[in-house]
Design a protein around this ligand. Structure first.
Ligand SMILES: NC(=O)c1ccc[n+]([C@@H]2O[C@H](COP(=O)([O-])OP(=O)(O)OC[C@H]3O[C@@H](n4cnc5c(N)ncnc54)[C@H](OP(=O)(O)O)[C@@H]3O)[C@@H](O)[C@H]2O)c1
Length: 216
């Protein structure tokens, strides 16, 4: 499968790109600047031992079956405007958290409810937007260890898109749970500020959120 990671030059996207490349996917790191993407792809290839490609965000998105958004919230609208036409009809996974860089530990969500719903509104109904990876620390994503205890909560309105996302999350080495519709994405996005608030008082490493229970 062809996966484009928009903003894959950055902290979380770079890790996800390497994980999927190691799992055998055809991954392209996207960037605002093609040359930056190509340099990041060469670095990722050297680090993970599997080929990663690089291209400008729009070209990466146009060539992909699945597009992953990994840019800061303040860059979301501009990035989506750039790739809008290239992602129509595709699965679009977003890891974006709408944090305020000045107050990371306080959950502040956009008027649409969540960054994910804002993305869905901007891209239109033909794009299958799914939220995932919001609570995975970037340094964990960049490791090749598979012992992270946190789960990935997946929110979306299209059942098939969510199942494809769950499969990709598991392929990347994380346990994935269907956490309901896009309207639930604000809960997952808010958990990030919660985790940072917890860490201010309880200095935990590899903090995550785990679903527990026994089979019904
Ligand atoms: N860091 C984490 O632990 C983590 C974990 C889970 C989810 N997230 C979420 O994932 C997203 C990416 O996080 P990150 O920490 O990986 O971000 P980051 O490293 O700061 O940025 C990722 C990439 O976004 C692009 N970018 C940065 N500023 C931009 C701007 N003003 N306009 C357009 N593009 C810009 C850059 O790519 P180019 O310069 O190559 O275009 C950059 O390499 C965020 O929404 C974050 O909340 C982060």
């Amino acid at each position: 499968m062809k996966i484009a990671v928009l903003g894959g030059t950055g902290k979380i996207g770079f890790g996800l790109a390497m994980r999927w490349a190691r799992a055998g996917e055809d991954v392209t790191i996207g960037s605002r600047a093609a040359e930056k993407a190509i340099a990041a792809a060469a670095e990722a290839t050297a680090k993970c031992g599997a080929t990663v490609h690089g291209a400008a965000n729009r070209d990466a998105a146009a060539a992909a079956d699945v597009v992953v958004l990994a840019v800061p919230f303040e860059a979301q609208a501009g990035t989506l405007a750039d790739v809008h036409d290239a992602v129509q009809g595709k699965l679009f996974i977003t890891a974006v958290n709408p944090v305020d860089p000045a107050r990371l530990h306080v959950a502040i969500l956009p008027p649409e409810g969540s960054a994910t719903e804002q993305a869905q509104r901007q891209l239109g109904a033909a794009v299958k937007v799914v939220a995932a990876f919001q609570t995975v620390p970037s340094f964990v994503a960049r490791e090749f260890k598979l012992d992270y205890e946190g789960d990935v909560l997946v929110c979306g309105d299209d059942a098939e898109a969510k199942e494809r996302t769950r499969a990709l999350v598991e392929e990347a080495g994380f346990r994935a749970f269907d956490a309901g519709p896009l309207a639930n994405a604000y809960v997952v996005e808010g958990l990030v500020s919660l985790s940072l608030a917890i860490k201010k008082v309880h200095p935990l490493k590899r903090l995550g959120f785990r679903v527990v229970g026994t089979p019904a």
